[in-house]
Structure formats: C-alpha cells, structure tokens
Design a protein around this ligand. Structure first.
Ligand code: FES
Length: 163
C-alpha cells in the first residue's frame, strides 16, 4: 500500500462527489485523481468502487488497462523514452539500455531517493528529431547519452536549488 495523507483522502472524496454522477464517470475520476495526486493510490480503489457501485476488480481492471495511470507515486523527474518505430530506427534501443544502466532503473520503476521514474512511451510526436525522450513536460530530440548526462546534471542543479 502506498502511504497517502488524510488530505489526499479528502481530495479523493471531493473528486468522487463532483464526478460520480457523470456518464462514464470512472475515467474522469481516475484522471482527476492522477492530476491531483500524481498517481492513483491503492487506497482510492475501494473508494471509487463504492462511489460508482462497482467492484474493486472492475476499478483495478480499468486502471491496469490504461498505461497512463500510475499506481505508485512517481519520481520528481519522470523520464519517458520513445520506443516507437522512428526512434527505434534511430537507435533508441541502445539509448534506452544505457539510460537504464545509468539510472539503475527498469521501466515502471522509481529510484530509491524518489528523484527519477522511468517509463516507455510510444511516439512523442517528435519523429523528425528521433530518438526522443520526455522529461516531465519537456520533449528532447536527437538524444544521445552525452545530452542525457547534461540533462541529468541540470536536474541535480534544479534539485539543489529547491533545497
Ligand atoms: S517515434 Fe519517437 S517521437 Fe515519434
């Protein structure tokens, strides 16, 4: 189970109250929870099931069907590597191996310090600049390990500035 706060529970209850009567309410509710908390915590599953009069298995089924929904709190920096055709043809396979080694992470994992999460993505709409990756909301094209190391350095600087 992920640890969420009572304030998070209040936010989930608010979302349920506002959305539960919508037609097809499950997806808007899941999106709203992820937008608010950054993920869909395990604790929300029975709450959603009860609000929508559905089983927990049905809620789990929808969450696991859509890769968009995260069930664990993501890292501060979410790194996605494009695995679609154009990026593959431009070497994203080798790049992803090196990035995984560098971060000591596999896909769908978060570093122990909570800094980085790694995920695959299938086309970032940046095919002309393959291989592409996304870090949080920014897309970076023509990616190399050297460029990635520079981006990591800038993330470390950003983290220090936050402290
Ligand atoms: S295939 Fe990677 S951005 Fe389109």
């Amino acid at each position: 189970m992920s640890a969420i706060t009572s304030a998070d529970i209040d936010k989930i209850n608010d979302i349920l109250q506002k959305n539960k009567t919508l037609p097809g309410a499950m997806l808007p509710i899941l999106h709203a929870i992820q937008d608010e908390l950054g993920f869909v915590p395990d604790e929300s599953v029975p709450m959603i099931a009860s609000a929508l009069n559905q089983s927990r298995a049905e809620v789990h089924g929808v969450i696991s069907f859509y890769h968009h929904f995260l069930t664990k709190k993501p890292g501060q920096h979410q790194i996605s590597i494009c695995r679609a055709e154009s990026c593959q043809s431009m070497g994203s396979g080798a790049l992803e191996s090196k990035i995984k080694q560098r971060l000591k992470l596999d896909y769908h994992q978060t570093s122990a310090d909570g800094q980085y999460s790694l995920s695959p993505v299938y086309c970032l709409g940046n095919c002309a600049c393959s291989p592409a990756i996304r870090i949080n909301d920014d897309i970076h094209g023509e990616m190399t390990m050297e460029k990635f190391e520079n981006l990591l350095d800038s993330m470390v600087t950003f983290n220090l500035e936050l402290k």
